[in-house]
Design a binder for this molecule. Structure first.
Ligand code: SAM
Ligand code: CA
Length: 222
C-alpha cells in the first residue's frame, strides 16, 4: 500500500464534520426525518453531499441525472449548488420515498428544477436514449440498486456529454469488496464494476475513499 491513507475513526469523522460541514437547517431536517426510517442507512453522508455540491459548482453543471433518489438528500445537495436554470432528472422506483424528497425540494424552492421519473431506472434510461438525449447531461450520480450498476453505468456513459462526469456510489461496499467470504450477488457485481472501471479507457477515473467509496469517471472526448 502506498503511504499514507489515514483510518477515519468516528472521532475523526466528527472532527471532519465540525471543521468542514456547512449544512442548511432544512438539509439537516431532511437527514433527521430520514433517520427515523428503517432504511436510513441508504442516505449519503452530509460530507459526501457537500462534496458533490462543490463538484457541481466546479463543473458549472446544469443538467444532472440522478439514479436513486430515496428521500432526496443527494439530489438536494446538487440542486442547491446549481444555478436557477439548472435541472435535475430524478429516477426512482419508490414513490413513498420520493414524496418526502419532493416535500423538501418544495420547501427549499427548487421543486421547479426537478423532473421526477418514477419506475425502474433501466427503462427510464433506455427511454432517454431513445429520445435522443445522448451526450446531454453534465453529471450523473448512480446510487440505486447495485445489481444494475453495470447497466446504469453503460447508459450513463451514453447520456453524459464528453467531459461530463459519472459518480458511482458505494464502490467500497462497507469493505465487503475485500472480504473473501462475501459472495453475495451485490458484492460480486460491485467487485466486477471496480475491475471494469479501472480498465475502461473511455473515462478518466478516480475512486475516492469518501463515505462508502465514490467513483468519479470523466467521459473522455472521442
Ligand atoms: N441517493 C440517495 C440519497 O442520498 O439519499 C440514496 C439512494 S438509495 C441508496 C437507493 C434508491 O434506489 C432507493 O430510493 C430505491 O427506491 C431506488 N431503487 C432501487 N431499485 C431501483 C430501480 N430498479 N429503479 C429505480 N430506482 C431504484
Ligand atoms: Ca449510496
Amino acid at each position: 500500500m502506498s503511504p499514507k491513507q489515514i483510518v477515519m475513526d468516528s472521532d475523526l469523522c466528527l472532527y471532519l464534520e465540525a471543521v468542514s460541514l456547512r449544512e442548511r437547517p432544512l438539509q439537516k431536517a431532511l437527514r433527521e426525518e430520514t433517520l427515523k426510517l428503517p432504511e436510513a442507512i441508504m442516505q449519503i453522508t452530509p460530507v459526501q453531499g457537500q462534496f458533490m455540491g462543490l463538484l457541481v459548482k466546479l463543473m458549472g453543471a446544469k443538467k444532472i441525472l440522478e439514479i436513486g433518489v430515496f428521500t432526496g438528500y443527494s439530489a438536494l445537495a446538487m440542486l442547491l449548488a446549481m444555478p436557477e436554470d439548472g435541472t435535475l432528472m430524478a429516477c426512482d422506483i419508490n414513490e413513498s420515498y420520493t414524496d418526502i424528497a419532493m416535500r423538501y425540494f418544495e420547501s427549499l424552492g427548487v421543486l421547479h428544477q426537478v423532473d421526477l421519473r418514477l419506475g425502474p431506472a433501466l427503462g427510464t434510461l433506455d427511454a432517454l436514449i431513445l429520445e435522443g438525449l445522448n451526450d446531454h447531461f453534465d453529471l450523473c450520480f448512480i446510487d440505486a440498486d447495485k445489481t444494475h450498476y453495470p447497466d446504469y453505468y453503460e447508459r450513463a456513459l451514453s447520456l453524459v456529454r464528453p467531459g461530463g462526469v459519472i459518480l458511482i456510489d458505494n464502490l467500497l461496499w462497507s469493505g465487503k469488496v475485500i472480504d473473501p467470504s462475501a459472495v453475495d450477488h451485490e458484492t460480486e457485481v460491485l467487485r466486477e464494476m471496480n475491475r471494469r472501471l479501472l480498465k475502461d479507457d473511455r473515462i478518466d477515473y478516480s475512486l475516492l475513499p469518501i463515505a462508502d467509496g465514490l467513483g468519479i469517471a470523466r467521459k473522455r472526448p472521442c
